[in-house]
Design a protein around this ligand. Sequence first.
Ligand code: COA
Ligand code: AMP
Length: 630
Amino acid sequence: MTFAQTYAGWKADPEAFWLRAAEDIDWVEKPIHALNDSRAPLYEWFTDATVNTCWNAVDRHVAAGRGKQPAIIHDSPVTGTKHVITYAELRDRVARLAGALRAKGITKGDRVIIYMPMVPEALEAMLACARLGAIHSVVFGGFAAAELAVRIDDCTPKAIIAASCGIEPSRVVHYKPLLDGAIEMADHKPDFCVIFQREQEVARLVPGRDVAWHEFQYGVDPADCVPVEGSHPAYILYTSGTTGAPKGVVRPTGGHLVALNWTMRAIYNCGHGDVFWAASDVGWVVGHSYICYAPLIAGCTTVVYEGKPVGTPDAAAFWRVIAEHNVRSFFTAPTALRAIKRDDPEGALVGRHPMPNLQALFLAGERADPDTILWAQRHLNVPVIDHWWQTETGYAIAANPIGIEQLPVKIGSPSVAMPGYDVQVLDEGGHPVAPGTLGAIAIKLPLPPGTLPTLWNAEDRFRKSYLAHFPGYYETGDAGFVDADGYLYIMARTDDVINVAGHRLSTGAMEEVLAGHRDVAECAVIGVADDLKGQSPLGLLCLNKGSTRDHADVVKECVALVRDKIGPVADFKRALVVDRLPKTRSGKILRATMVKIADRQPWKMPATIDDPAILDEIATALRSIGLAKV
Ligand code: COA
Ligand code: AMP
């Protein structure tokens, strides 16, 4: 079947399409219906079925006789270790951990926060929660204690599973003091914490609250898989929105299983026994979907890589991992390739490790710039597939489905909408625009299985953030256009979200932190273009009237404050003190115009500007740090 036929088949009968895809999942009670639209415009999938995610990701492969196949390969250049876990070992490890959690009172529906680096134990913790029907929420290690505290208060976990430390090439990240600080700050307190003590740092345990990973599991009865409803939340993953408070994206169990399993063949062309590697982090959606769940649901071997694209030890690290573990499909962010290209512009290191099994390179997380794609095409000699998705969807909205049919690649486009997604480009009034015309990208409701049905404890915010602006559609927050062949082009965000090194960050959250500095009267954070990281945050600070503080000191304190409150991942390293910020007459800060000036893009004087002279002052300030036209 061609891709066009597959897409048309879905469009003609979505219910039949997803019920067919559901046949590849082991259900406890099979679904009779796929879509539940009884609460439209809120939709759910597979609500009449029961299932367990861990069974589908682990046990069923052992039951089918593939227990000796590697499930996880941990490759950790930062600790100098490599380690393989088979499906049978993974089942035993996960069942034991789940048994220990159950013995401490964790049951279906309880929340468990996981705060761990790229170690197999992070996946085991996720799967152990899934085994019990507990809802995990993984928090990325690059966030500060305050961000962890916000998540603790929002999802009120009964337990937190953490590692003693993470390892960045330049330093050991002390997770435990961050965890202790976060619990101290949060109003909600977990009943207990399980600490995975790593060799690189043994953390101090709080008596009565903390238990060590191994001791915790000693002598417990392993737990079986607990069936849950198809709409039961598998996990909550917080992501940046327009305001400082992160959004708790809910992932429903049944749709997650069906859709991820479908993507593994259709998009990534992988199945039983193939090695699949997503070089991301379990703290991001890519890590949830394509380091942990999808490759395991599909019976592949997943690579858990604890290292960087460059410097661990060099720009050949990715090629070494692909060659050594015989990776078939590889997924990373454009920023990682840019880092490699910067260190190895001629691709001299690529040939050092023959990669005969590699069939394609997949890119997502941010716009893939043509230079990077061309470099990868030239040196890797495999299709380079850009695909577009979001934490909210959990898998690709637009892609090039090489497992069905490889479509022509158009550089600069993540290709076409996948089955499940009716993507439209709309004008401000919500009307579809002609091909080639820029507009807001929206998806006709209902969204397909596995996408967010709501935000955790925040249905109103879900409606307001995604459904209110264009009735009948889900608003993606991205702007772009579609060409005459139906290829999408994702050009920018329509909100305050910026994308730094493939990490989704909220400028609003950074502004909230900066506004808390005692000398800052007003501020704006903008994302300016960055050759390596795509975008980089820049703060513009107006100090309190009469302030005599040294500007350099205030900037230094502000940089430290954002690192302390949001974390190193914000990568907030630059700020400028300015006298005034440009605003519309109604008082809205003209951030987009400042971005254009900083990036040397053509820009128009906004008709509603209050005082045009302020933009000259801003341009002068930007020039002082090498931005804007000279
Ligand atoms: N725990 C703690 N700190 C972390 C962290 C983690 N898991 N991950 C990153 N950080 C820290 C970094 O050490 C750095 O700290 P520093 O300011 O002290 O140097 C800071 O957060 C910013 O990190 P990053 O933006 O990632 O920059 P980098 O210079 O360390 O690395 C790249 C640059 C391009 C190599 C790296 O960003 C990369 O590999 N990106 C790919 C991202 C990705 O896979 N995204 C997932 C979406 S698909
Ligand atoms: P996240 O939720 O962290 O996955 O970030 C999602 C956002 O990243 C999207 O809304 C886009 O703005 C951006 N993004 C992801 N993939 C792509 C892509 N292939 N091309 C352009 N932007 C992308």
